[in-house]
Design a protein around this ligand. Structure first.
Ligand code: ZN
Length: 217
């Protein structure tokens, strides 16, 4: 999933009540497409008068929506950033960016909430694999003239889809091609390419077509 600002806000509020006694002040939430991080809390460290200390202000929570991630990873990312926010907004001292305090809060929330928050801002290999499995694919559901049904996954770009459609209609005896966008892991088993190779589906009734968007037929 790629979360919306509303989704992040809703979860921020729920987690705030569940894990922080509702004590975290609301802050602006932004979506980011930058590479290299899943989430980020930024703030400005402002001096309080000439001899005063510093205060952290102007907090912003950024959640990355560049890649489609499993919902649990998105939720754990929001929680990870909320721990950073909790520490910074309360001016608490930690031993490092993910120091003793951060880890203690992380352990508490993981235990209380059965979560899997980690100290990483990047995806681990398992999460990366999950992300590829869940990515949205352009899928051709090919209805052959003899009644057989075939599947072909094509790179999700209009030029590839149009090219493949044209070539397939020319080369094979086809009644119709339904093009769908699907994030269903079922379609991860088919290689994504523009090769003119169609996989016949022995039991077309097993195709996960209920939650898909039809691009065109
Ligand atoms: Zn962090």
């Amino acid at each position: 999933m790629k979360p919306t600002i509303e989704y992040i806000q809703e979860h921020f509020d729920a987690y705030n009540r569940q894990f922080f006694d509702g004590a975290l002040p609301t802050l602006p939430i932004k979506l980011s497409h930058a590479k290299g991080f899943l989430g980020k809390v930024t703030f400005v460290r402002k001096r309080q008068g000439l001899f005063g200390g510093y205060r952290n202000e102007d907090f912003v929570l950024r959640i990355n929506v560049r890649i489609d991630l499993p919902e649990e990873v998105v939720q754990d990312t929001i929680l990870h950033e909320m721990i950073h926010y909790y520490i910074a907004v309360n001016q608490l001292k930690d031993t490092s960016a993910h120091g003793r305090l951060f880890r203690a809060e992380m352990a508490r929330i993981n235990e209380e909430g059965h979560r899997h928050i980690t100290i990483s801002h990047r995806l681990n290999d398992e999460q990366k694999a999950q992300a590829t499995i869940h990515k949205e694919r352009a899928v051709a559901i090919v209805h052959f003239s003899d009644g057989k049904i075939g599947v072909k996954v094509v790179p999700k770009q209009e030029k590839h889809i149009r090219y493949w459609h044209k070539m397939a209609m020319r080369r094979f005896a086809i009644d119709r091609i339904d093009w769908i966008l699907s994030a269903d892991p079922y379609f991860a088993q088919f290689p994504s390419s523009i090769a003119m190779r169609i996989f016949i589906i022995p039991k077309p009734e097993d195709l996960p077509l209920d939650k898909t968007t039809i691009l065109f037929s």
